[in-house]
Design a protein around this ligand. Structure first.
Ligand code: FES
Length: 226
């Protein structure tokens, strides 16, 4: 067992747990976005930041990836944590302003303005889709390419992957794609296929891999039916 302090509370948890797991075990809420219990932690969104250490030697770490340590002092709601969390939400909102998930987070944590230039990229590079494909669907159909601001998620060589079985797992888990794929018949309404895992387009367009695009960008939603 490992003994540590979370928000002033002395606790004892299993070795190998992350700070997030320990905090949640004791009922402390830490928001997450790129974390999913069924997938390996990735530490991309930095929403789950907590402050560890004391006074001037403290630092912010992602609680979903940071393992508990003997004697560790953790604080989940300091001014620094709250400010960094809001900044990260603001940043994600500038990247994917139409994401209901991110909008809800902004509302919950009091983000009332976005100071970054809107990018409308609809992908926050959280990597959930990549991990879902690989770890739960045994697919490996998609992955990250490039680095820095050019980083994106796609299939190898940007072409339809033979590994993809159109299971929809990537769309289902994506926190930013709720406004993607509207289906071949919907002009503006969201078909909710992303949420039902039953994309209406698939019946019409076998080649469809709509996680690669924003709504309508791939053309399948607005194309005449054959
Ligand atoms: S939930 Fe921990 S970094 Fe995203």
């Amino acid at each position: 067992m490992v003994r540590l302090t979370i928000n002033g509370l002395d606790v004892e948890v299993e070795e190998g747990w992350t700070i997030l797991e320990a905090a949640r075990f004791f009922g402390l809420e830490i928001p997450t976005l790129c974390y999913n219990e069924g997938l390996s932690p990735y530490g991309a969104c930095r929403l789950c930041l907590v402050e560890i250490g004391k006074e001037e030697r403290s630092k912010l770490v992602s609680s979903c990836t940071y393992p508990v340590e003997e004697g560790l002092v953790v604080r989940t709601d300091t001014k620094q944590v709250l400010e960094a969390r809001k900044m990260n939400i603001e940043l994600m909102l500038s990247i994917a302003p139409y994401s209901k998930t991110i909008q809800d987070l902004a509302s919950k944590f009091g983000v009332t303005e976005v100071r970054f230039k809107p990018r409308n990229e609809e992908c926050i590079l959280c990597g959930l889709c990549v991990r879902m494909c690989k770890e739960q669907m045994d697919g490996k159909a998609i992955g990250f390419v490039n680095r820095g601001i050019d980083m994106r998620i796609t299939t190898p060589f940007d072409i339809k992957s033979e590994e993809c079985r159109l299971c929809g797992g990537c769309i289902y888990i994506c926190p930013a794609c709720q406004l993607r794929c509207q289906g071949p018949d919907a002009e503006t309404a969201v078909c909710n296929a992303c949420l039902t895992m039953d994309p209406t387009c698939v019946d019409y367009y076998e080649e469809l891999q709509c996680w690669m695009y924003d709504a309508g960008r791939c053309g399948t939603c607005v194309r005449e039916k054959d």
